[in-house]
Ligand binder design. Sequence first.
Ligand code: NAP
Length: 242
Amino acid sequence: MTEYRKIALVTGGNQGIGYEICRQLGAAGVKVLVGARDSARGAEAVRRLSADGAEADVIEIDVTDEAQVTKAAAAIAQRYGRLDILVNNAGVLLPEERPGSSSAELVSQVYETNVLGVIRATKAMLPLLRRSAAGRIVNMSSSLASLQLHGDPSFELGAFLMLGYNSSKTAVNALTVLLAKDLADDGIKVNAADPGYCATGMTGYASSRTAAEGARTPVRLALLPDNGPTGGFFADSGPVPW
Ligand SMILES: NC(=O)c1ccc[n+]([C@@H]2O[C@H](COP(=O)([O-])OP(=O)(O)OC[C@H]3O[C@@H](n4cnc5c(N)ncnc54)[C@H](OP(=O)(O)O)[C@@H]3O)[C@@H](O)[C@H]2O)c1
Protein backbone atom coordinates (compact mmCIF):
# COMPACT_ATOMS: atom_id res chain seq x y z
CA MET A 1 0.00 0.00 0.00
CA THR A 2 1.54 3.36 -1.04
CA GLU A 3 1.58 6.01 1.73
CA TYR A 4 -0.01 9.30 0.67
CA ARG A 5 -0.01 12.54 2.63
CA LYS A 6 -3.79 12.89 2.26
CA ILE A 7 -6.43 10.92 0.33
CA ALA A 8 -9.71 12.49 -0.80
CA LEU A 9 -12.85 11.07 -2.39
CA VAL A 10 -14.96 13.52 -4.39
CA THR A 11 -18.33 12.13 -5.45
CA GLY A 12 -19.42 13.33 -8.89
CA GLY A 13 -15.79 14.27 -9.46
CA ASN A 14 -15.76 13.67 -13.21
CA GLN A 15 -17.16 17.06 -14.29
CA GLY A 16 -18.16 20.54 -13.19
CA ILE A 17 -17.28 21.81 -9.72
CA GLY A 18 -16.40 18.28 -8.55
CA TYR A 19 -13.74 17.97 -11.23
CA GLU A 20 -12.28 21.34 -10.25
CA ILE A 21 -12.24 20.27 -6.59
CA CYS A 22 -10.24 17.20 -7.67
CA ARG A 23 -7.87 19.38 -9.72
CA GLN A 24 -7.27 21.87 -6.91
CA LEU A 25 -6.82 19.15 -4.25
CA GLY A 26 -4.43 17.36 -6.63
CA ALA A 27 -2.43 20.57 -7.04
CA ALA A 28 -2.23 20.77 -3.21
CA GLY A 29 -0.56 17.35 -3.15
CA VAL A 30 -3.62 15.32 -2.17
CA LYS A 31 -4.22 11.92 -3.77
CA VAL A 32 -7.67 12.31 -5.36
CA LEU A 33 -10.16 9.55 -5.88
CA VAL A 34 -12.54 10.70 -8.60
CA GLY A 35 -15.96 9.31 -7.69
CA ALA A 36 -17.91 8.71 -10.90
CA ARG A 37 -21.12 6.83 -11.59
CA ASP A 38 -19.87 6.18 -15.12
CA SER A 39 -16.41 4.64 -14.90
CA ALA A 40 -15.47 5.67 -18.47
CA ARG A 41 -16.22 9.34 -17.64
CA GLY A 42 -14.26 8.87 -14.40
CA ALA A 43 -11.29 7.37 -16.24
CA GLU A 44 -11.26 10.27 -18.70
CA ALA A 45 -11.23 12.74 -15.77
CA VAL A 46 -8.33 10.82 -14.19
CA ARG A 47 -6.45 10.98 -17.49
CA ARG A 48 -6.85 14.79 -17.61
CA LEU A 49 -5.95 15.22 -13.92
CA SER A 50 -2.87 13.03 -14.28
CA ALA A 51 -1.76 15.01 -17.36
CA ASP A 52 -2.03 18.06 -15.09
CA GLY A 53 0.36 16.43 -12.59
CA ALA A 54 -2.19 15.20 -10.03
CA GLU A 55 -2.15 11.80 -8.32
CA ALA A 56 -5.60 10.52 -9.28
CA ASP A 57 -7.56 7.31 -9.43
CA VAL A 58 -11.16 6.48 -10.30
CA ILE A 59 -13.75 4.98 -7.94
CA GLU A 60 -17.06 3.88 -9.44
CA ILE A 61 -19.79 5.20 -7.17
CA ASP A 62 -23.42 5.97 -7.87
CA VAL A 63 -24.65 7.45 -4.59
CA THR A 64 -28.18 6.15 -5.18
CA ASP A 65 -26.91 2.56 -5.26
CA GLU A 66 -26.31 1.22 -1.72
CA ALA A 67 -24.42 -1.88 -2.90
CA GLN A 68 -22.11 0.18 -5.12
CA VAL A 69 -21.42 2.68 -2.33
CA THR A 70 -20.48 -0.21 -0.01
CA LYS A 71 -18.28 -1.68 -2.74
CA ALA A 72 -16.55 1.68 -3.25
CA ALA A 73 -15.73 1.90 0.48
CA ALA A 74 -14.34 -1.65 0.41
CA ALA A 75 -12.17 -0.80 -2.61
CA ILE A 76 -10.77 2.30 -0.86
CA ALA A 77 -10.13 0.27 2.32
CA GLN A 78 -8.28 -2.35 0.33
CA ARG A 79 -6.22 0.06 -1.80
CA TYR A 80 -5.48 2.84 0.72
CA GLY A 81 -6.62 1.71 4.19
CA ARG A 82 -8.11 5.09 5.10
CA LEU A 83 -9.71 8.29 3.81
CA ASP A 84 -8.84 11.83 4.96
CA ILE A 85 -11.36 13.88 2.99
CA LEU A 86 -14.86 13.14 1.71
CA VAL A 87 -16.47 15.75 -0.53
CA ASN A 88 -20.15 14.94 -1.00
CA ASN A 89 -20.42 16.81 -4.29
CA ALA A 90 -22.67 14.59 -6.46
CA GLY A 91 -26.00 16.31 -6.99
CA VAL A 92 -28.85 16.74 -9.41
CA LEU A 93 -31.18 19.56 -10.34
CA LEU A 94 -34.30 18.41 -12.17
CA PRO A 95 -36.74 20.68 -14.04
CA GLU A 96 -39.28 21.56 -11.37
CA GLU A 97 -42.75 23.11 -11.33
CA ARG A 98 -43.55 25.92 -8.93
CA PRO A 99 -43.66 24.68 -5.31
CA GLY A 100 -47.46 24.67 -5.26
CA SER A 101 -47.61 22.16 -8.09
CA SER A 102 -44.43 20.13 -7.42
CA SER A 103 -44.98 16.39 -7.50
CA ALA A 104 -43.93 14.25 -4.55
CA GLU A 105 -42.33 11.81 -7.02
CA LEU A 106 -40.04 14.46 -8.47
CA VAL A 107 -39.03 15.80 -5.05
CA SER A 108 -38.32 12.25 -3.93
CA GLN A 109 -36.11 11.70 -6.99
CA VAL A 110 -34.04 14.79 -6.13
CA TYR A 111 -33.76 13.72 -2.47
CA GLU A 112 -32.59 10.24 -3.52
CA THR A 113 -29.32 11.74 -4.83
CA ASN A 114 -28.93 15.05 -2.99
CA VAL A 115 -29.90 13.91 0.53
CA LEU A 116 -29.98 10.11 0.80
CA GLY A 117 -26.91 9.88 -1.45
CA VAL A 118 -24.97 12.07 0.97
CA ILE A 119 -26.15 9.99 3.93
CA ARG A 120 -25.25 6.73 2.14
CA ALA A 121 -21.77 7.85 1.08
CA THR A 122 -20.99 9.38 4.48
CA LYS A 123 -22.08 6.29 6.44
CA ALA A 124 -20.04 3.98 4.19
CA MET A 125 -16.89 6.16 4.33
CA LEU A 126 -17.00 6.97 8.06
CA PRO A 127 -14.99 3.93 9.22
CA LEU A 128 -12.25 5.02 6.75
CA LEU A 129 -12.42 8.68 7.85
CA ARG A 130 -12.09 7.58 11.47
CA ARG A 131 -8.72 6.06 10.53
CA SER A 132 -7.49 9.51 9.43
CA ALA A 133 -5.52 11.76 11.78
CA ALA A 134 -7.71 14.70 10.67
CA GLY A 135 -10.89 13.65 8.83
CA ARG A 136 -12.81 16.29 6.88
CA ILE A 137 -16.27 16.07 5.31
CA VAL A 138 -17.47 18.77 2.95
CA ASN A 139 -21.12 18.73 1.89
CA MET A 140 -21.96 20.71 -1.24
CA SER A 141 -24.85 23.00 -0.43
CA SER A 142 -26.15 26.17 -2.08
CA SER A 143 -27.32 29.61 -1.04
CA LEU A 144 -30.72 28.36 -2.32
CA ALA A 145 -30.79 26.20 0.87
CA SER A 146 -30.89 29.29 3.07
CA LEU A 147 -34.30 29.94 4.64
CA GLN A 148 -33.06 33.29 5.91
CA LEU A 149 -31.95 34.45 2.44
CA HIS A 150 -35.30 33.40 0.92
CA GLY A 151 -36.95 35.64 3.51
CA ASP A 152 -34.93 38.61 2.24
CA PRO A 153 -36.65 40.37 -0.72
CA SER A 154 -33.26 41.50 -2.04
CA PHE A 155 -31.85 37.91 -2.30
CA GLU A 156 -30.51 37.84 -5.87
CA LEU A 157 -31.44 34.15 -6.43
CA GLY A 158 -34.82 34.54 -4.69
CA ALA A 159 -36.74 33.74 -7.90
CA PHE A 160 -35.38 30.16 -7.96
CA LEU A 161 -38.26 28.40 -6.17
CA MET A 162 -37.32 24.74 -6.64
CA LEU A 163 -38.98 22.85 -3.80
CA GLY A 164 -37.01 19.62 -4.30
CA TYR A 165 -33.58 21.08 -5.01
CA ASN A 166 -33.63 23.96 -2.51
CA SER A 167 -35.02 21.91 0.38
CA SER A 168 -32.66 19.01 -0.41
CA LYS A 169 -29.78 21.39 0.25
CA THR A 170 -31.51 22.68 3.43
CA ALA A 171 -31.59 19.04 4.57
CA VAL A 172 -27.89 18.72 3.71
CA ASN A 173 -27.25 21.75 5.94
CA ALA A 174 -29.18 20.10 8.80
CA LEU A 175 -27.20 16.90 8.29
CA THR A 176 -23.97 18.94 8.40
CA VAL A 177 -24.82 20.48 11.79
CA LEU A 178 -25.90 17.19 13.38
CA LEU A 179 -23.03 15.18 11.95
CA ALA A 180 -20.48 17.80 13.05
CA LYS A 181 -21.72 17.45 16.64
CA ASP A 182 -21.76 13.66 16.46
CA LEU A 183 -18.21 13.45 15.04
CA ALA A 184 -16.56 16.18 17.12
CA ASP A 185 -14.94 13.66 19.47
CA ASP A 186 -13.48 11.79 16.47
CA GLY A 187 -11.73 14.97 15.31
CA ILE A 188 -13.71 14.89 12.06
CA LYS A 189 -14.81 18.33 10.85
CA VAL A 190 -18.01 18.59 8.83
CA ASN A 191 -18.94 21.75 6.92
CA ALA A 192 -21.29 22.79 4.14
CA ALA A 193 -20.05 24.77 1.13
CA ASP A 194 -21.89 27.21 -1.10
CA PRO A 195 -19.88 27.34 -4.35
CA GLY A 196 -21.86 30.28 -5.74
CA TYR A 197 -23.79 30.25 -9.01
CA CYS A 198 -21.32 28.67 -11.48
CA ALA A 199 -21.18 27.81 -15.17
CA THR A 200 -21.59 24.00 -15.24
CA GLY A 201 -23.82 21.42 -16.91
CA MET A 202 -26.24 21.82 -13.98
CA THR A 203 -26.84 25.52 -14.71
CA GLY A 204 -26.59 25.26 -18.51
CA TYR A 205 -23.34 27.25 -18.21
CA ALA A 206 -25.44 30.36 -17.53
CA SER A 207 -23.01 32.21 -15.27
CA SER A 208 -19.77 34.12 -15.57
CA ARG A 209 -18.46 32.42 -12.41
CA THR A 210 -16.32 29.42 -13.32
CA ALA A 211 -16.39 25.94 -11.78
CA ALA A 212 -12.79 26.58 -10.68
CA GLU A 213 -13.97 29.61 -8.70
CA GLY A 214 -16.81 27.52 -7.25
CA ALA A 215 -14.31 24.90 -6.07
CA ARG A 216 -12.34 27.36 -3.92
CA THR A 217 -14.51 27.24 -0.77
CA PRO A 218 -15.05 23.45 -0.73
CA VAL A 219 -11.28 22.95 -1.22
CA ARG A 220 -10.52 25.34 1.64
CA LEU A 221 -12.95 23.40 3.89
CA ALA A 222 -11.42 20.08 2.78
CA LEU A 223 -7.98 21.28 3.88
CA LEU A 224 -8.99 22.96 7.17
CA PRO A 225 -6.36 22.97 9.89
CA ASP A 226 -7.13 21.46 13.30
CA ASN A 227 -8.26 24.83 14.67
CA GLY A 228 -10.71 25.34 11.78
CA PRO A 229 -14.50 25.47 12.21
CA THR A 230 -16.97 22.58 12.14
CA GLY A 231 -20.74 22.53 11.66
CA GLY A 232 -20.68 25.71 9.54
CA PHE A 233 -22.00 26.86 6.15
CA PHE A 234 -19.52 28.90 4.12
CA ALA A 235 -19.11 30.74 0.81
CA ASP A 236 -16.05 32.64 -0.46
CA SER A 237 -17.23 35.72 1.43
CA GLY A 238 -17.59 33.91 4.78
CA PRO A 239 -20.47 32.29 6.70
CA VAL A 240 -23.83 31.96 4.87
CA PRO A 241 -26.99 32.44 6.96
CA TRP A 242 -28.97 29.23 7.59
N1 NAP B 1 -23.34 24.96 -10.46
C1 NAP B 1 -23.82 25.75 -9.51
O1 NAP B 1 -24.09 26.95 -9.73
C2 NAP B 1 -24.05 25.21 -8.12
C3 NAP B 1 -24.48 26.11 -7.14
C4 NAP B 1 -24.68 25.63 -5.84
C5 NAP B 1 -24.44 24.31 -5.55
N2 NAP B 1 -24.05 23.44 -6.53
C6 NAP B 1 -23.81 22.04 -6.15
O2 NAP B 1 -22.48 21.69 -6.51
C7 NAP B 1 -22.43 20.27 -6.82
C8 NAP B 1 -21.80 20.09 -8.19
O3 NAP B 1 -22.64 20.71 -9.15
P1 NAP B 1 -22.18 21.04 -10.64
O4 NAP B 1 -22.73 22.35 -10.95
O5 NAP B 1 -20.73 20.78 -10.80
O6 NAP B 1 -23.05 19.96 -11.43
P2 NAP B 1 -22.73 19.03 -12.68
O7 NAP B 1 -21.74 19.67 -13.59
O8 NAP B 1 -24.07 18.64 -13.20
O9 NAP B 1 -22.03 17.77 -12.02
C9 NAP B 1 -22.73 16.94 -11.15
C10 NAP B 1 -21.90 15.72 -10.86
O10 NAP B 1 -22.66 14.85 -10.00
C11 NAP B 1 -22.68 13.56 -10.58
N3 NAP B 1 -23.86 12.80 -10.16
C12 NAP B 1 -25.17 13.08 -10.36
N4 NAP B 1 -25.94 12.09 -9.84
C13 NAP B 1 -25.08 11.19 -9.29
C14 NAP B 1 -25.25 9.97 -8.61
N5 NAP B 1 -26.45 9.44 -8.39
N6 NAP B 1 -24.14 9.32 -8.17
C15 NAP B 1 -22.91 9.82 -8.37
N7 NAP B 1 -22.68 10.95 -9.05
C16 NAP B 1 -23.76 11.64 -9.50
C17 NAP B 1 -22.64 13.81 -12.09
O11 NAP B 1 -22.27 12.61 -12.76
P3 NAP B 1 -22.47 12.46 -14.37
O12 NAP B 1 -21.31 13.19 -15.01
O13 NAP B 1 -22.42 10.99 -14.57
O14 NAP B 1 -23.80 13.08 -14.72
C18 NAP B 1 -21.59 14.90 -12.13
O15 NAP B 1 -20.30 14.34 -12.01
C19 NAP B 1 -23.87 19.78 -6.72
O16 NAP B 1 -24.08 19.20 -5.45
C20 NAP B 1 -24.69 21.05 -6.87
O17 NAP B 1 -25.96 20.94 -6.29
C21 NAP B 1 -23.83 23.86 -7.80
